[in-house]
Design a protein around this ligand. Structure first.
Ligand SMILES: Nc1ncnc2c1ncn2[C@@H]1O[C@H](COP(=O)(O)OP(=O)(O)OP(=O)(O)O)[C@@H](O)[C@H]1O
Length: 613
């Protein structure tokens, strides 16, 4: 229920259209119900040839008495003509308002789904990185694509009917009660109509609860399937290299089959609702016809009154039946909504404080003070007591075996994660006290995976900033990228990435370096790629990196000998701790681990890189 009311809040901004749709619903129902009133003169006056009589004891308003008298006095053929035209007009108006009702409701549902998608997307981008460690991409995508579609379908049919059908029921009930009083129909008939009929809803509610559980499961299965698709398609080379096509096909078949079974379970339940409600309805109607039939035989009920009463009861049945199927759809939507709220409610771990210290320029130093850190799902500390200082303009290189925690150290600086204990300060101010935006503006990152968007070279280089053609070409030249970009079919407008032009690893790196140069941050985090490029390409990348580092404060996860040699200080990290620091020569003399790393990583690198130092 809480989720339902919360969901209704999404309607708030579109209340205007929503109410307009409701008004159209009411009008359409009224025009749909009015012809029932015509049944009385049709049956009593035209078919049975009797005048409409006012039962004893019934007091009608004068205009109704006049109307009845007028109808009784009218030639039958004229009455029939009027009724035929009336029916046509009513039908036309009913359908017209029905069209506006469905159109406006569909508009509301599309708007709500659009808003929900926007909210999820914004939330996803605001969420801290730890969230992504335990939420696979495919599953998150399925929230935006599949779950929101379930909700859209539920709104356009569900929400509309949730309001529309009760309105219909009330109007038909009013009509029924009007007919009851007018013709003095026994309460027994009314009770059967109004009490037993809604009982039909009981099995429906029961089934609805089950549907919600199944729906939750099947939404998880869809998320699973999406995730698998994403993984295998993006790793298609790996699948082919290991001849895993058949294995992956079978894995997919398995997941798909499970989804099919679950979907059928839900379809079975959705579809069983209709025969159950049908059977109950037939039972009620038979009972009513039987009781009413006896009254007609007794002469206490006119055929016209009976026909009007029966029509009102039948009309009421439609909304009851409709409501029962809507309940199932709403249950599915609620399951989808629960999953969406789960994301919307996930706390953001790395948050900005309400009042932040201004951070306009970087002046002095970055300090890590006794920093401890662990990833949320792991018990052991990944970083232990990390303390070091980087003065403005210094280049500090982090070296250490794979998995020792180097990337984790640098990820703490732009606050991708916050330390558990200890602090990181820039110019003496804890980075948790400054605005996230102003902090990240000051930091540039060039990482091992050179991430480029499927967009033009121009957009990739200027990402997040206004495009200044001159500056862009200048940075591209510095990054040794201008030459090859110029040779692309559409120069800086060439689309690169997944669906665009494929470019080499070295070219990607140089575009990423141009992007960092364009941002022009005072602090640079450099996570050098371990993969070796060919000599020529490596030389170009190296030159570009040197230009990028010039005049900046750099923390580099070093894999290149040249970075090591250029560094003012080298920090050796092992198993999450700093075990030594100093210059290249000092460390070569006293650190066994550094010596080992040097011989393994840098010497080999140097021999292939050639004369870059
Ligand atoms: N997102 C994460 N969630 C949980 N554990 C992680 C995560 N990222 C890294 N780790 C773990 O933290 C430890 C340090 O990883 P980190 O990536 O910082 O090492 P590294 O020294 O940069 O390694 P490499 O040189 O291979 O990139 C490793 O044991 C790794 O398994």
């Amino acid at each position: 229920m809480k989720n339902y009311t919360r969901f209704l809040k999404f309607i708030n901004p579109h209340l205007g259209i929503f109410f307009l749709a409701i008004i159209c619903m009411i009008l359409s129902t009224i025009f749909g119900a009015s012809p029932i009133g015509m049944i009385i003169p049709l049956v009593d006056t035209i078919i049975a040839g009797k005048a409409i009589s006012i039962p004893n004891g019934v007091i009608l308003p004068p205009f109704a008495v006049d109307l009845i008298k007028h109808i009784n006095a009218m030639p039958k053929i004229e009455l029939l003509n009027i009724m035929a035209v009336g029916l046509l007009v009513m039908f036309f108006l009913k359908e017209l308002f029905m069209f506006f009702q469905t159109y406006l409701m569909a508009d509301v549902s599309q708007r709500i789904v659009r808003d929900i998608k926007n909210s999820i997307y914004k939330k996803l981008l605001d969420l801290s990185l730890d969230f992504y460690n335990h939420n696979p991409t495919g599953q998150l995508m399925s929230r935006i694509t599949y779950d929101s579609t379930v909700i859209r379908d539920a709104i356009s049919s569900g929400v509309a009917d949730t309001f529309y059908q009760p309105i219909q029921m009330v109007i038909y009930l009013a009509l029924l009660i009007g007919v009851k009083f007018y013709f003095n129909i026994s309460w027994k008939l009314i009770l059967i109509g109004t009490v037993i009929l809604p009982l039909i809803l009981y099995p429906v509610v029961k089934i609805g609860k089950k549907l919600r559980r199944i729906s939750r499961e099947s939404q998880e299965k869809v998320a699973d399937i999406n995730n698998m698709l994403l993984e295998t398609i993006s790793s298609i080379k790996l699948v082919k290299a290991f001849n895993m096509e058949e294995y992956e096909t079978n894995r997919f078949k398995g997941k798909n089959q499970n989804f099919y079974k679950l979907d059928m379970k839900s379809i079975k339940r959705m579809k069983i609702v209709s025969p159950i409600t049908e059977a109950m309805a037939v039972l009620c109607v038979t009972l009513i016809i039987w009781i009413a039939g006896k009254s007609i035989l007794d002469g206490t009920l006119s055929a016209g009154a009976f026909a009007a009463f029966l029509a009102a009861i039948f009309s009421m049945m439609k909304p009851v039946k409709k409501l029962s199927s809507v309940y199932g759809i709403n249950q599915q939507a609620m399951a989808a909504m629960e999953r969406i709220f789960q994301i919307l409610d996930t706390p953001i771990t790395v948050k900005e404080k309400e009042t932040v210290v201004p951070f306009n320029s970087f002046e002095k130093e970055i300090t890590f003070n006794n920093v401890f850190f662990k990833y949320d799902n792991k018990k052991a500390h990944i970083l232990k007591n990390i303390s070091f200082t980087v003065k403005k303009g210094e280049i500090v290189a982090l070296v250490g075996p794979s998995g020792s925690g180097k990337s984790t150290v640098v990820n703490l600086l732009p606050r991708f994660y916050d330390p558990g204990k200890g602090s990181i300060k820039i110019d003496g101010v804890d980075i948790r006290d400054v605005g996230l935006k102003s902090l990240r503006e000051k930091i540039g990152m060039v990482t091992q995976e050179t991430l480029l968007f499927n967009d033009s070279v121009r957009e990739n280089i200027s990402y997040g900033h206004e495009i200044n053609e001159e500056q862009m070409i200048r940075v591209a030249k510095s990054a040794n990228a201008h030459m090859f970009i110029r040779d692309f079919p559409e120069g800086y407008d060439t689309i690169i990435g997944e669906r665009g032009l494929k470019i080499s690893g070295g070219q990607r790196q140089r575009i990423a370096i141009a992007r960092a140069l364009y941002k022009n941050p005072p602090i640079l985090i450099l996570d050098e790629a371990t993969s070796q490029l060919d000599t020529e390409s490596e030389k170009l990348v190296q030159e570009a990196i040197n230009k990028l580092m010039a005049g900046r404060t750099v923390i580099a996860i070093a894999h290149r000998l040249s970075t090591i040699i250029h560094a003012d200080r080298i920090i050796v990290v092992d198993n999450g701790e700093i075990i030594d620091s100093g210059s290249h020569n000092e460390l070569l003399e006293r650190s066994t681990l550094y010596k080992k790393l040097y011989h393994m990583q840098f010497e080999i690198g140097a021999s292939t890189i050639g004369d870059i130092v």
